[in-house]
Design a protein around this ligand. Structure first.
Ligand code: GRF
Length: 187
């Protein structure tokens, strides 16, 4: 299989990046992570790139400047897919137009429910029975693009934000890779 070249954008812990790195080492996984970009110089996720000798760049600048620098890297390396994994900035319309259909994101809720922040708190407050994560294409509106895959877990009576976050995060690690397989491996 000829793997597509991927870039992962991070801002924080990078645990989704870590699971993508692990899964992408499988010869049958459709992508290879060729680059990690962080917009935060202290993002812990950078350590995963270092650990696995994946090229990384830190552009701890405003989003306009970040995009400018990112575009050059993405083009130079012929990146086919951009995976947002805890990337805490909104990408501009012009950036998304340039990489139309090539930017995906993982969000910790069952979209279209709970776009934005504090998704677990909101699900608990509304006494929902389920929560989960969604992998979707990124369009110009926040947490809005076409859904690729959703995975859900039960919310138990004694769940609180922390326990829910833990449950959903371990679900995310499987879901993100499943979504990538779904994009590239038909039937
Ligand atoms: C994940 O929960 C993801 O759903 C959200 O940000 C979090 C990132 O976590 N978009 P990590 O940086 O991958 O550990």
């Amino acid at each position: 299989m000829v793997k597509k070249k991927a870039c992962v954008f991070i801002s924080g812990k990078g645990t989704n990046l870590n699971s993508l790195i692990h899964n992408s080492r499988d010869t049958n996984f459709p992508i290879k992570i060729d680059l990690v970009l962080s917009n935060k110089k202290d993002a812990l996720g950078i350590n995963f790139a270092k650990k696995f000798s994946i090229p990384f760049k830190i552009f701890d600048v405003d989003i306009k400047e970040f995009e400018k620098k990112a575009i050059k890297e993405l083009k130079d390396r012929k990146i086919s897919i951009i995976c947002l994994a805890g990337f805490m900035k909104i990408l501009s319309k012009s950036f998304l137009r340039m990489f139309r259909g090539k930017v995906i994101n993982i969000h910790p809720s069952l979209l279209p429910k709970y776009k934005g922040l504090h998704t677990f708190k909101r699900a608990i407050k509304n006494k929902d029975f389920f929560c989960g994560c969604t992998i979707h294409y990124v369009d110009e509106k926040m947490d809005n693009g076409r859904i690729i895959l959703k995975k859900r877990v039960n919310i138990d009576e004694d769940d609180e934000v922390k326990t829910l976050q833990k449950k959903v995060q371990s679900l995310e690690y499987k879901a993100y890779s499943m979504a990538i397989r779904k994009i590239y491996i038909k039937n």
